[in-house]
Design a protein around this ligand. Structure first.
Ligand code: NBY
Length: 838
C-alpha cells in the first residue's frame, strides 16, 4: 500500500507528520496552542473550562496519532477482529484515563501547574459520557479498556445518543429527571461524515427469480434513515494500541430537509421527517431491567444493528476473502439481547444480497455470534410483538420464522418423544399478540452463550435455557465471571493506594497483571504499610465527607463507619431492606440509655442511584431514604451515631470518589437475582468489606478473599422458590417483631406522610413479599451488628481489608477478556504499532 504513494510525497508527509509531545514543555506548548488557536482564548480569559478543553485537545492529538497507526496496522495485518455490540457504554470521563494510558501523568500535572491550574480541577471540568444505565453499560466500558490494553483488535459499536442517562435531582425528597445534553463540547469524538449507512424501515418484501433461476427475496419501498459514524479513540494502558468505539447518529436520508417538499409548501412535513429521523438516536432508554416494548426502542436496535453489520461486512469484503472465511475474520459479541436483530440482519445480507444458500448462511451466522446474558428475571427478557416486527421489519420477521422452522424441525427430529418441548422453545411465543422471544433467538443464532458469574451461569443453564442445554448439549453454555478495569477503579479512583502498592511491588505492573496483588499479602503485618493503608482509607473518607458537605449539605464524621449502597434503585437490589435496617437502628438508638449509646459504633449510611422514571416503587424507596435522612440527621439524640445520606445523581465520576471511601458496601439482592454485580469488586479492591447475600459474584469474591473477610447473610437461591410459595400458601406468616415496629413507625408518619410508602410496606405484608425482605431482615440486622463489633477492633479490620485487597486479582476485566478471547472469540492479540520518527 505504501508503495503506491510516490517517494517524494511520502518524504514530505513523513517530515511533517504530527509529532507527539514527550516533554513537559512540549505538552504545555500544545495546551497553550489549542487554547489560543483552537479555542481563541488567551492567558487572560482562560478559566478552568478552557484549561480542560486545551488539555483534552493536547491529549487528543497524542491519542489520534496512536489511533491512526493502530487502525492502519489492523488494516494491513487484517487479523480476526472482535466487535462488541452494546447499546450502552458507560464511559465516564476520558481525560484522566487518556493521560494515564499514554503515561503522561506527572508531565501533565506539572505542566498544568506551571500554567496555573490544578490537575484535579481541570479533570473535574469534564462531563461524564453517560451512555448507559448501570452495570451492563459500565461492563462494556471496562471491556473496551481491557481489549485495548491487551492489544486485541476490537471495535465497540453503539448509538450516539444526544441525551445520555438523565441527571437526577432531588426535590423535596423526590427524584426529578433532568435531561443530560452532553454534546456541547465533546473533544473525544470524530464525526465521519463520509462513513454513512442507509438503513431501511417498514416497506415490503418482493420475491423474484434471478438470471440463474434462483428464488430470492428483496425488501424494498421502505423509509430510509441515514446512519453517520462518530468515532472515539480507546487507548490501552501502557501500549500504543488504540481501538475504536463507533457510535451511530441518525439523520434524514436526504440531508437537511427535503427541498421538493419545501418548495411545494410542505415545509413542516419536511422538517417533521428530519426530526423523526433524528429521534432514533436522540435518547438512551433509562430502564435498567424492564422491557417496555416501545416501537422507537426497536427502531434504535435495528438502526444500530443494521449500520454496524453493514460496516463490518464492508470491512470484510475489502479483504476479498471467501464467505466461508467470515467467521474466521469476525467475532461479534451480543451484550444482552439488545443487538439480537444482528442475527437475522446478517442472514438477510447473506441470503438476499450475497445469494448464499440457507445452510451456509446459517453456519456462518452461528459461528460469528456469541451472546452474553445479564439477567434471568422474566420481566427483563425482551419479547417484541410479532405485528410490530412485521410492520417495521417485514423481511426480518420472515427470516426469524425460517430460523424457527429449521430449529423446531431439528428439535422434533432429535426429541421425537417430547412434543411439549416444541412450544416451550419456539422463538415465537403463542400469546396474544404473538411475541418474538429475543433471548431464544440469541441462543439459537450464537455458538456460545455465557452468564456473568458462576451462580448466574448455573441459573441460566437450569432455568431460562434448560431446554436448550438439552438440545445443544452443555458445551454451548459457559461462564465468564465479570471483571473491572484496575486502571480506572484502582489507579484513577485511588491514586494513593495504587502508589502504596507500587512502592512495595516495585512498580505499577499490577495494573496490567492484577494477580500480582497477591504479593501485597506479605505486608499485612508491616507496620509502616498498615499505617499508610489506614491513612489512605481515612483520607478517602475525608474526601467523601467533604463532597457530602459541599453537595448535599450534610455534615458527616469521617471517623464513623461508612456504609455505602450505590447502584440502580430496584426492588430486587433491596435498598428497602437497607433503609428498613437503618430505621431499625434509629429506633434502637432512640430507646437506649445515654450509657448504652456511648458504646455504639457511629455509622453513616450512604445511598445513591437512579430509579427508572416510570418505576414507582423505586421512586418511593428514594423518597423514604430522603425522609428518613431528614428526621435522623436532625435528631439531637442521635448526633454522629447515625447519619443517612442520599448522594444525588450517582454516576461513574462520582463512583470514583465514593468507591474508595467505604468501610462496608452493601450488595444485598434477593439470592438468585443479581447476575453478577461489579461494584462489589470495586469496593473490595479499594479496601472496603462487603455485606452481601450469596448472590452473583459475591460468591466468587468469598471464594477468593475467604469467608472471614466478607459478611454474608440471608437465604440461599435454592430456597427462594419455596419461600415465595410459603408467603402465599403458608398459614403462619409472622412478621419479625422488629420489622413490624419499623412498619408501624413508617405508618405513624414519623417520616412524613405515610401515603407514598404504603405500596412499599404492602408489597411485603400483603402482596407476597416477592423479594423476601421479611425473610432476610433478621439475619441482615444481626450481621450489621456483627459488623459494628468487628469494626471496633480496628487492627483486625485493617488486616481483613488488606488481605481482601491482595486477593482481588481474579476480578480484573483483563482476565475476563482473555477468557472471552480464548473460549468464545478465538482471537489473538495483534502487536501494537511501531512508531516512526518522533
Ligand atoms: O449487568 C447488570 C446486572 O444486573 C448485573 O448483575 C451485572 O453485573 C451487570 C454486568 O453483567 N444488568 C444491567 O445493568 N442491565 C441493564 O442495565 C439493562 C439495560 C437496559 C435493559 C435491560 C437491562 N433493557 O431491556 O432496555
Amino acid at each position: 500500500v505504501e508503495a503506491s504513494v510516490p517517494e517524494e510525497q511520502r518524504e514530505a508527509w513523513k517530515k511533517h507528520s504530527a509529532k507527539e509531545f514527550k516533554t513537559k514543555d512540549q505538552f504545555e506548548a500544545d495546551v497553550v496552542r489549542h487554547i489560543e488557536t483552537t479555542l481563541a482564548r488567551s492567558l487572560f480569559n482562560c478559566d478552568e473550562a478552557a484549561a480542560y478543553a486545551g488539555t483534552a485537545l493536547a491529549l487528543r492529538d497524542r491519542l489520534i496519532i496512536e489511533w491512526n497507526r493502530t487502525q492502519q496496522q489492523q488494516t494491513f495485518a487484517d487479523p480476526k477482529r472482535v466487535y462488541y455490540l452494546s447499546l450502552e457504554f458507560l464511559m465516564g470521563r476520558a481525560l484522566d484515563n487518556a493521560i494515564l494510558n499514554v503515561g503522561m501523568k506527572d508531565i501533565a500535572k506539572q505542566g498544568l501547574e506551571e500554567l496555573g491550574f490544578r490537575m484535579e480541577d481541570v479533570i473535574s471540568q469534564e462531563r461524564d459520557a453517560a451512555l448507559g444505565n448501570g452495570g451492563l453499560g459500565r461492563l462494556a466500558a471496562c471491556f473496551l479498556d481491557s481489549l485495548a490494553t491487551l492489544n486485541y483488535p476490537a471495535w465497540g459499536y453503539a448509538l450516539r445518543y444526544r441525551y445520555g442517562i438523565f441527571r437526577q435531582e432531588i426535590v423535596d425528597g423526590y427524584q426529578v429527571e433532568v435531561p443530560d445534553y452532553w454534546l456541547d463540547f465533546n473533544p473525544w469524538e470524530f464525526p465521519r461524515h463520509d462513513v454513512t449507512v442507509d438503513v431501511q424501515f417498514y416497506g415490503g418484501v418482493r420475491k423474484y427469480t434471478d438470471d440463474s433461476g434462483k428464488q430470492l427475496s428483496v425488501w424494498e419501498n421502505g423509509e430510509i434513515v441515514t446512519a453517520v459514524a462518530y468515532d472515539a479513540p480507546i487507548p490501552g494502558y501502557g501500549t500504543r494500541t488504540t481501538n475504536n468505539l463507533r457510535l451511530w447518529s441518525s439523520k434524514a436520508s436526504h440531508g437537511e430537509f427535503d427541498f421538493t417538499k419545501f418548495n411545494s409548501g410542505e415545509y413542516e412535513a419536511s422538517v417533521a421527517d428530519q426530526q423523526r429521523a433524528e429521534t432514533i438516536s436522540a435518547v438512551l432508554y433509562p430502564n435498567d431491567s424492564l422491557d417496555r416494548g416501545k416501537e422507537l426502542r426497536l427502531k434504535q436496535q435495528y438502526f444500530w444493528c443494521a449500520a454496524s453489520l453493514f460496516d463490518i461486512v464492508r470491512r470484510f469484503k475489502k479483504s476479498k476473502k471467501a464467505w466461508k472465511e467470515f467467521a474466521n475474520q469476525v467475532a461479534i459479541q451480543l451484550n444482552d439481547t439488545h443487538p439480537t436483530l444482528a442475527i437475522p440482519e446478517l442472514m438477510r445480507i447473506l441470503l438476499d444480497q450475497e445469494s448464499l444458500e440457507w445452510d451456509e448462511a446459517w453456519s456462518i451466522t452461528q459461528a460469528t455470534f456469541g451472546y452474553t446474558n445479564h439477567t434471568v428475571m422474566p420481566e427483563a427478557l425482551e419479547k417484541w410483538s410479532v405485528p410490530l416486527v412485521q410492520h417495521l421489519l417485514p423481511r426480518h420477521l420472515q427470516i426469524i420464522y425460517d430460523i424457527n422452522f429449521h430449529f423446531l424441525q431439528y428439535v422434533e427430529r432429535n426429541f421425537p418423544k417430547e412434543r411439549e418441548m416444541l412450544s416451550r422453545v419456539s422463538i415465537i411465543e403463542e400469546s396474544e399478540p404473538k411475541r418474538v422471544r429475543m433471548a431464544f433467538l440469541a441462543v439459537i443464532g450464537s455458538h456460545k452463550v455465557n452468564g456473568v458469574a458462576e451462580l448466574h451461569s448455573d441459573l441460566v443453564r437450569t432455568t431460562i435455557f434448560k431446554d436448550f442445554v438439552k438440545i445443544y448439549g452443555p458445551d454451548k453454555f459457559t461462564n465468564v465471571t465479570n471483571g473491572i478495569t484496575p486502571r480506572r477503579w484502582l489507579h484513577q479512583a485511588n491514586p494513593r493506594l495504587s502508589a502504596l502498592i507500587a512502592s512495595k511491588l516495585g512498580g505499577h505492573d499490577f495494573l496490567r497483571d492484577l494477580n500480582l496483588l497477591h504479593k501485597v499479602e506479605a505486608y499485612v503485618d508491616d507496620e509502616e504499610f498498615r499505617k499508610e493503608f489506614r491513612a489512605i482509607k481515612y483520607a478517602n473518607k475525608v474526601r467523601l465527607a467533604k463532597y457530602t458537605k459541599e453537595v448535599e449539605g450534610i455534615t458527616v464524621n469521617p471517623s464513623s463507619l461508612f456504609d455505602i449502597q450505590v447502584k440502580r434503585i430496584h426492588e430486587y437490589k433491596r435498598q428497602q431492606l437497607n433503609i428498613f435496617g437503618v430505621i431499625h437502628r434509629y429506633l434502637e438508638l432512640k430507646s437506649m440509655s445515654p450509657e448504652a449509646r456511648s458504646k455504639v459504633q457511629p455509622r453513616v449510611s450512604f445511598f445513591g442511584g437512579k430509579a427508572a422514571p416510570g418505576y414507582w416503587m423505586a421512586k418511593m424507596v428514594i423518597h423514604l431514604i430522603n425522609q428518613v435522612g431528614k428526621v435522623v440527621n436532625a435528631d439531637p439524640d442521635i448526633g454522629d451515631l447515625l447519619k443517612v445520606v442520599f448522594l444525588s445523581d450517582y454516576n461513574v465520576s462520582k463512583a470514583e470518589i465514593i468507591t474508595p471511601a467505604s468501610d462496608i458496601s452493601e450488595h444485598i439482592s434477593t439470592a438468585g437475582t443479581e447476575a453478577s454485580g461489579t461494584s462489589n469488586m470495586k469496593f473490595v479492591l479499594n479496601g472496603g468489606l462487603i455485606i452481601g447475600t450469596c448472590d452473583g459474584a459475591n460468591i466468587e469474591i468469598t471464594r477468593e478473599v475467604g469467608e472471614d473477610n466478607i459478611f454474608l447473610f440471608g437465604n440461599l437461591a435454592e430456597d427462594v422458590e419455596d419461600l415465595r410459595h410459603a408467603h402465599f400458601y403458608g398459614d403462619s406468616f409472622q412478621l419479625d417483631p422488629s420489622l413490624q415496629r419499623v412498619f408501624d413507625t413508617i405508618r405513624s408518619g414519623t417520616f412524613g406522610d405515610a401515603g407514598p410508602f404504603s405500596g412499599l410496606v404492602d408489597s411485603i405484608v400483603d402482596h407476597g413479599d416477592y423479594y423476601l425482605v421479611s425473610d432476610d431482615f433478621k439475619s441482615y440486622v444481626e450481621t450489621q451488628g456483627l459488623i459494628d463489633e468487628a469494626y471496633k477492633d480496628q487492627e483486625a479490620w485493617l488486616t481483613r481489608t488488606i488481605t481482601a485487597v491482595s486477593r482481588m486479582g481474579f476480578f480484573s476485566s483483563d482476565r475476563c477478556i482473555d477468557e472471552y478471547a480464548e473460549m468464545i472469540w478465538n482471537v489473538e492479540p495483534l502487536p501494537p504499532p511501531k512508531m516512526n520518527g518522533a
